[in-house]
Ligand binder design. Structure first.
Ligand code: ADP
Ligand code: ZN
Ligand code: ZN
Length: 736
């Protein structure tokens, strides 16, 4: 997609409005209404307006529609003193709602997540020591000064409480001008006082030169920064950010898993000597509100965030970085279904920002876009410094003779032994949480299944529960089979990360072992601690899921072993191979990142699979070509378009009836009919999820046909029962 192909919805020409205006109401499903204006008003102004008996927040988007006589219009209630929401951002929201076929009001809610975001945050009045006269005369006064030197930015009451002195003591110091009252509105994010810049190598310098020279021509600002893990991509975009800060402009860095970003933030702080603003779901609303205010005023220059940071009201955005651009967590699957990587490109175009998509294993979509010249490819050929890529060995598990309930191959065991002897770290990886993915009763064959979903329950020994990985349903592990009542007859089938950890512990009892999975790390400080401990070398064997496979830099880790590397390859997901390849490349990239040589062992039951062959030869280009040819033959993305309709209901009869009816109503005459196929309806692979039954249609378009127009026409005249929910997913990543 290309935002430049499409009409811009709002034009600068009618920016200042008189008499009447249209206001879009920020509340799902409400829509756009006309209001009267006294004087004039600007597009992008945030207002509150009456609608029926309520008052809503809204944004002025256009001049009045003139569908109503002026005297019938209501007045705007309040015009907020706030910088305008930029045309660029409004157009971005329109673009997104049009592409993903979702409600614009809901999209704008991402821009203004809560009503209180628009009212300024009150500054705290804090005590500061007056450098011109900092001599206190009394003992208590001295105590106050000592405390404030160590703890700057306290309010009067905080200081009084902490030093245990009366207000009077502090007030006297203020009266004597030893202390002054200042506001806490110190801007911490906008200036480089002192920068620790590394000396870039030739490849890095060339990359930056190329980016700058292309960007200065202003006609194609999207860059695919393609280089193996550890090749110095991050240093390149930090350099670009540095430039933008110096020009007084704003940058946004999107990271896939923000919990993993502590290392990144430390690195940022070390270089720039200030903290970037951070934005993700775990940041409190209060903190977000402060950040939001400073971003709209242009006071914050760098935001590091998860995908929702893409909706922030930047006033002078100039650079968007999407790190690990191939990561599927950029795809938002609930609420507004969108892909932040793709939308970063759109926002970049609309705001004339440079967009850097960085990855060691770029997505096929981005590679394709670079091949056809839509993106500029910037390549970094090798690891930075003396580090080299690890040696990779595929272990053929069909030839492996392991006793039952063992998963670590002989050669892997030898490798672990050797690493431990050499005082190096080992990472054992398996992409499966819990102890065993399936549990059955030995007597009657009963399988533990979720009550809400069509999925097996996964045994988690750490918390002693059976868990559904789709809906979170939990039940206790009973002694008795719910079906045949026989006791303690359960057989766990297959390995999960907990079971693998148990096996490793048994094999290497003396090694310091740490197991890491998303459900065993309940809070981020615990996560940070563990990762620090590992980085310091105080763990010998790390057993983990994909949480440890990405982004980390553990200097002493030399040996990586992937158990059941084929897990992700089964099923009908069109990106299964691509994703497995990316994951294994990320994973093996953790080994030998510094001076010591790295080794990776990949255990596979299908060693001839293209993914395994690509891992063995290390030829990313060849893999991508084979994969791309396969997709081309079948007109799959990036050579075609997909949209999926998921129809859900708690009532299976009504659902099946509806789906049948819907199927028969597909447009027979449509200008693109010949280029569009409808697959389905079929029960979804997860036929029941969270208590709802599910059917799917897959809409497949050839080339870059607009499947959205077709879907719109299809759904236009369909009566939708109250118990039916339709989810539209354009460019789907999830096929369950
Ligand atoms: P990538 O983002 O491609 O994985 P990084 O930018 O993180 O690579 O670089 C890998 C390692 O090399 C990091 O530890 C980084 O600090 C270091 N590094 C990269 N470029 C330089 C440089 N020019 N000078 C010093 N160290 C560098
Ligand atoms: Zn469930
Ligand atoms: Zn039983």
């Amino acid at each position: 997609m290309n935002s430049k192909d499409k009409a811009i919805f709002i034009k600068n020409a009618d920016k200042q409005l008189k008499n009447s205006c249209q206001v879009i109401i920020i509340s799902p499903g409400k829509g756009i209404y006309d209001y009267k204006i006294k004087g004039s008003i600007d597009i992008g102004q945030v207002v509150s307006v009456p609608l029926r008996k309520n008052i809503y927040l809204g944004i002025v988007i256009a001049k009045g529609s003139n569908n109503f006589p002026q005297y019938k219009l209501k007045d705007i209630i309040e015009i907020y003193k706030l910088p305008l929401i930029s045309m660029e951002l409004l157009n971005f929201c329109y673009w997104l709602s049009d592409w993903y076929m979702c409600d614009i009001s809901q999209v704008l809610k991402m821009v203004i997540p809560a009503v209180n975001f628009i009212s300024p945050v009150k500054d705290r009045a804090i005590l500061k020591i007056n450098n011109k006269s900092n001599i206190a005369t009394t003992v208590l006064g001295k105590k106050v000064l000592e405390h404030l030197k160590k703890n700057p930015s306290l309010t009067l009451s905080e200081c009084s409480r902490e030093v245990k002195v009366s207000y009077g003591v502090i007030k006297k110091l203020i009266f004597d001008q030893v202390l002054v009252i200042d506001s806490d509105n110190e801007i911490k994010h906008n200036k480089i006082i002192k920068e620790n810049t590394p000396k870039l190598n030739q490849h890095q310098l060339e990359a930056i030169k190329k980016i700058k020279s292309i960007a200065s021509k202003k006609n194609n600002n999207v860059f695919l920064l393609d280089g193996v893990t550890g090749s110095g991509k991050t240093e390149i975009y930090l350099e670009l950010i540095s430039d933008e800060i110096k020009r007084g402009r704003q940058s946004l860095v999107l990271l896939p898993e923000i919990a993993l970003s502590k290392q990144f933030i430390d690195r940022f702080e070390k270089r720039f000597n200030f903290m970037p603003a951070i934005w993700h779901s775990e940041i409190s609303n209060k903190e977000k509100r402060k950040t939001w205010q400073k971003v709209i005023k242009g006071e914050i220059k760098v935001v590091i965030g998860a995908r929702s940071a893409l909706f922030m009201p930047f006033s002078s955005l100039s650079l968007i970085v999407v790190d690990e651009e191939h990561d599927s967590s950029y795809k938002q699957e609930d609420g507004i279904i969108y892909n932040a990587r793709d939308m970063a490109v759109v926002r970049g175009n609309l705001s004339n920002s440079k967009v850097i998509l960085a990855s060691a294993t770029p997505s096929l979509e981005s590679v394709h876009n670079a091949n056809i010249g839509k993106y500029n490819r910037i390549e970094l050929p090798e690891r930075f410094g003396s580090a080299v890529m690890p040696r990779i060995k595929i272990i053929d598990m069909r030839k492996e003779k392991l006793s039952t309930n063992q998963w670590i191959a002989h050669e892997s065991k030898e490798a672990i032994k050797k690493a431990l002897n050499d005082k190096e770290q080992v990472l054992l990886y398996i992409n499966r949480r819990g102890y065993a993915p399936l549990t059955l009763c030995r007597s009657c064959g009963y399988r533990f299944q979720c009550i809400n979903c069509s999925s097996w329950l996964v045994n988690h020994k750490v918390i002693n529960k059976m868990l559904c990985h789709y809906c979170g349903y939990k039940e206790d592990i009973e002694d008795e089979c719910p079906n045949c009542k026989s006791k303690k007859e359960f057989a766990p089938c297959g390995p999960g990360v907990e079971r693998l950890a148990a096996e490793a512990k048994e094999l290497f009892p003396k090694a310091r072992l740490e197991m890491i999975a998303s459900d065993t790390l309940d809070n981020s400080s615990k996560t940070e601690n563990i990762f620090n401990t590992i980085a310091l070398g105080n763990v010998d064997i790390i057993v983990g899921t994909q949480l440890v496979a990405k982004g980390h830099h553990f200097p002493n880790l030399t040996t990586v072993i992937a158990i059941d590397a084929d897990i992700g390859l089964s099923g009908g997901d069109l990106r299964a191979s691509e994703r497995t390849f990316q994951m294994l490349t990320q994973l093996t990239g953790r080994a030998g990142r510094e001076k010591k040589k790295g080794y990776a062992y990949i255990q596979s039951y299908d060693p001839k699979h293209t993914v395994m062959e690509a891992m063995q030869t290390g030829s990313i280009k060849n893999f991508i070509k084979v994969e791309a040819d396969g997709r081309k033959d079948r007109s799959l993305p990036p050579y075609g378009r997909l949209g999926s309709l998921i129809i859900q209901s708690s009532n299976l009869d009504i659902l099946e009836q509806f789906v049948k009816n819907l199927s028969s109503k597909a447009p027979k005459i449509h200008k693109d009919k010949d280029r569009i196929d409808i697959l389905g309806p079929a029960p979804a692979p997860i036929a029941k999820l969270r208590g709802l039954y599910r059917y799917r249609f897959l809409i497949k378009g050839k080339g870059d046909v607009r499947i959205q127009a077709f879907i719109k026409e299809w759904l236009l005249n369909i009566k939708i029962d109250k118990v039916i929910r339709i989810k539209i997913d354009i460019d789907p990543y999830n096929f369950l």
